[in-house]
Design a protein around this ligand. Structure first.
Ligand SMILES: Cc1ncc(C[n+]2csc(CCOP(=O)(O)OP(=O)(O)O)c2C)c(N)n1
Length: 265
C-alpha cells in the first residue's frame, strides 16, 4: 500500500466526515493521520472482517477525542461501510465524539477521560503475553494528556514487566485544549524521561510516513518502546492550522472544508 496516498485519503475522508456536523475535534484528529496510515496500512496485524480476532494487534487511542481520524481509517480499511461516517456525533449513532469500543467495530478501548489508555494498553499487552499470543499493542497519547500522573505509573509498570509487545506513540503537537503544552505544564525532555523510566525511546517527524516506519523498525525486543512524534495540530486543514493554538474543537463552514480538501488533494 502507498502510505502517503493512504494518509491523504484518511485526511480527506476525515474532513468530509467533520463537514456533516460542522464542528468537531479537527486539531487532534489531523495530527495523528500519518501515524494511523502507517499502523493500519502496514504495521498492524489485523483482519477488518473480524474486528474481535483474538490474535489481532490492538490500538488504544487514549486521546479518544481524535475519533474522526480513526473512524476514517477504519472505514477505508473496510471495518464498516463508508456511509456510516455520516453518523459522527449523532445521538444514538455508532461514531460518538469520543471513541467507544461498544459502538464502533475496530475500536479497542472506550476513551475520553484522558490519561487512562496507557494503563489499559499495559494490561492488554501483559494479558496477550500471559496467554501466549504474539500480538502487539499500540497506544496513542497526546502530549497534553501526559499531564495525567497515571501515565507515569503505567510507564513504570511497562518497563518493570518488560512489555516489549507495547509501543507508545506520543502525538507531540505541542498544544492541548486551552493553550500550548509548554504554558500549561512543561513536559521537559520527554525522551530523556521515558529513557530513564526504562523505555527504548525514538523520535520521528509525525507527518512523514517513512520516518514513522523507520522509527518502528528500531524498536526494542527487550523492553517497551516509545516514539515521540513531532506533529502539527490541525495538520492539513488549513483553517485549523491557521488557528493554532485555538483549534482543539472548532466550528467550520462547508466552504472552509472544501478549500482544505482542495489543498490536501
Ligand atoms: C481527565 C481529563 N481531563 C480533561 C479533559 C478535557 N480535555 C479534552 S482534550 C484535552 C487536551 C488534551 O491535549 P492533548 O493530549 O495534547 O490532545 P491533542 O492536542 O493531541 O488533541 C483536555 C484537557 C479530559 N477529556 N479528560
Amino acid at each position: 500500500m502507498n502510505l502517503k496516498e493512504f494518509a491523504k485519503e484518511i485526511r480527506v475522508t476525515t474532513l468530509k466526515q467533520l463537514a456533516v456536523p460542522g464542528f468537531g475535534h479537527v486539531g487532534g484528529a489531523m495530527s495523528i493521520v500519518e501515524t494511523l496510515a502507517v499502523l493500519f496500512g502496514e504495521t498492524m496485524r489485523i483482519d477488518p472482517s473480524n474486528p474481535q480476532w483474538s490474535e489481532r494487534d490492538k490500538l488504544i487511542l487514549s486521546k479518544g477525542h481524535a475519533g474522526p481520524a480513526l473512524y476514517s481509517t477504519l472505514a477505508l480499511k473496510g471495518y464498516f461501510p463508508m456511509e456510516m461516517l455520516t453518523e459522527l456525533n449523532k445521538f444514538g449513532g455508532r461514531l460518538p465524539s469520543h471513541v467507544d469500543r461498544s459502538k464502533t467495530p475496530g475500536v479497542d478501548m472506550t476513551a475520553g477521560s484522558l490519561g487512562q489508555g496507557l494503563s489499559v494498553a499495559c494490561g492488554v499487552a501483559l494479558g496477550d503475553r500471559m496467554s501466549g499470543r504474539a500480538c502487539h499493542t499500540y497506544c496513542i497519547v497526546g502530549d497534553g494528556e501526559l499531564d495525567e500522573g497515571q501515565n507515569w505509573e503505567a510507564m513504570m509498570f511497562a518497563a518493570h514487566y518488560k512489555l516489549s509487545n507495547l509501543t507508545l506513540l506520543v502525538d507531540n503537537n505541542k498544544v492541548q485544549l486551552d493553550g500550548y503544552t509548554d504554558d500549561v505544564m512543561k513536559l521537559g525532555d520527554l525522551a530523556a524521561k521515558l529513557t530513564a523510566f526504562g523505555w527504548k525511546t525514538l523520535t520521528a517527524d509525525g507527518h512523514d510516513v517513512d520516518a514513522i516506519r523507520a522509527a518502528l523498525a528500531e524498536r526494542s525486543a527487550e523492553c517497551p518502546s516509545a516514539i515521540i512524534l513531532d506533529t502539527i495540530k490541525g495538520k492539513g486543514a488549513n483553517f485549523a492550522e491557521a488557528a493554532v493554538p485555538n483549534n482543539h474543537h472548532m466550528t467550520f463552514t462547508a466552504e472552509q472544508i472544501e478549500a482544505a480538501i482542495q489543498e490536501v488533494a
